[in-house]
Design a binder for this molecule. Sequence first.
Ligand code: PLP
Length: 429
Amino acid sequence: MPEVPALSVPELLDLDRRHVWHPYGPMPGRTEPLVVESASGVRLRLADGSGELVDGMSSWWAAIHGYRHPVLDEAVREQLSRMSHVMFGGLTHEPAVRLAKLLVDMSPDGLEHVFLADSGSVSVEVAVKMCLQYWRSLGRPEKRRLLTWRGGYHGDTWQPMSVCDPEGGMHELWSGVLPRQVFADAPPAAYEESYAAHLHDLIERHAGELAAVIVEPVVQGAGGMRFHSPAYLRTLREACDAHGVLLVFDEIATGFGRTGELFAAGHASVTPDVMCVGKALTGGYLTMAATLCTARVADGISRGEVPVLAHGPTFMGNPLAAAVACASVELLLGQDWRTEVKRIEAGLRDGLAPAAGLDGVRDVRVLGAIGVVQLDHEVDMTAATRAAVHEGVWLRPFRDLVYTMPPYVTGDADVARIARAVCAAAREG
Ligand code: PLP
């Protein structure tokens, strides 16, 4: 094979700016991304020769075991030696079946069936389709709206966008065009009887047109990094049961131990009817997500005039992704992950405490391996990122937030360093 000459960093950045669309970015690009040459453990090596950054983002909540983990590398290599992909219609394979069984065994009791999707957003699309189809199959096609909390984020495809924060959120542009959903105020941090009653009333009032309630349990992530009392999950379960509405938990960000429980639903011992997982599912190696549902949901759908779930992406159940997902889940469950997450939580609490005394800081909050500093103003992303990089840490502040969710393998010294960088970014941003 002819050797392809490597691009210099300036050449690469020029081509990137002209041709490559980045998340939530303009075209051509206006800011200069850092070029990552390789990643190992919790460190990203930069191509410009300036050294390494400790990753405070786990590549958007995904790389819980860090990069180039030998067990995960080996799982991909081993699977590659058998097959990288095969269609999932009419065929099946061991990695997908093993993964489905692992997910069912580790998830809240009652979730029995698994649809393997190719991204978090698609898993939410599938969850919504399941809920609408369930009611249609039972002769209630008018139950097709969703109720959710303001301040949420569920992805960038059509149905997920419709349940993202409608005001000031990432998809506000489309608010007049998206399906019209029912919004409750974002839940308060502490349990308030009056808010729980309001939630219950809203579900009761709209039950005739609601297919499901969909929320991010305990932590609302990309919509604002807000934490709330797990008791509200019980309120939702009771109200949904009482008024005939399905309950969907989007655990794409919170799943696999991030909040200190395997799934955030575990803080309240609540089982949803449908649950979405993604991000850390493959340890951040490959793109795969999943939608789990109860037998009730699957049985309902199978009783309909069209008894199948009409969804089947080309790369559904990709064997490489499924194999590395199995390895990542087994790696997590085979270690004392709870202690590791608690250790990071303690390190972030200590390290972020000084931020509370900074000018312009509204709130500092920590839960599991998530640390958040909220400012009283929009963060200057360039200045905040530069301050973090100066501390040798990669962070991606947004809106009024500087936050971190490091890999669980981050050592104490690196947790302290990340916390220092969050403080510096909050000060400079
Ligand atoms: N749901 C939640 C709670 C998320 O945090 C995200 C991504 O940030 C998504 C859904 C969408 O997942 P993906 O980016 O894999 O499509």
